[in-house]
Design a protein around this ligand. Sequence first.
Ligand SMILES: [Zn+2]
Ligand SMILES: [Zn+2]
Length: 180
Amino acid sequence: MIGSTFSGIHDFFASGTWEVIRNLLLFFLVVFWLAVGYWVYKDARRRIEDPLLVAMAVVLGLIPPYLGALVYMLFRPPEYLEDVRERELEIRAMEERLARRDLYCPVCRAEVSADFLVCPVCTTKLKQACETCKAPLEPVWQVCPYCETPIEARPTLELGPPVEPPAIEPPRRSRRRSSK
Ligand SMILES: [Zn+2]
Ligand SMILES: [Zn+2]
């Protein structure tokens, strides 16, 4: 009885069936190994810019088999390149929005040019013009940069947004006036 069982097992291993199963197993192991390597390649390409580093990641994903891919997953960059790029674009757009903030009319929010004296939409006075050369002047300027005319009276620019802190300028202006 026992002897016949053993001989049955022996027959099974000796037969071609075992060989087929073993070869199939090996085949799937190799296919899965290559698939893991391909996955590492695709993943690394989305996360790493340098082609040399991508190639190194693929080598690591293949050797040692399976274990290398695990090591790669531990040390791969946490972000996709496209996410990084998208975030950088967003930050740049936000910076541009911030930089352009002063180029809106403070009353009607219409877009205005830096050299506009009044808002063309709501006619709010935006800037004072130089008395001599009619150039638009910034509220904090004390002398016209185009013709060197000292800026005398400060008009009521109650609606103009003070860009710089105004605390610095009064003593300087009074000194200039007294010396004149
Ligand atoms: Zn306006
Ligand atoms: Zn001027």
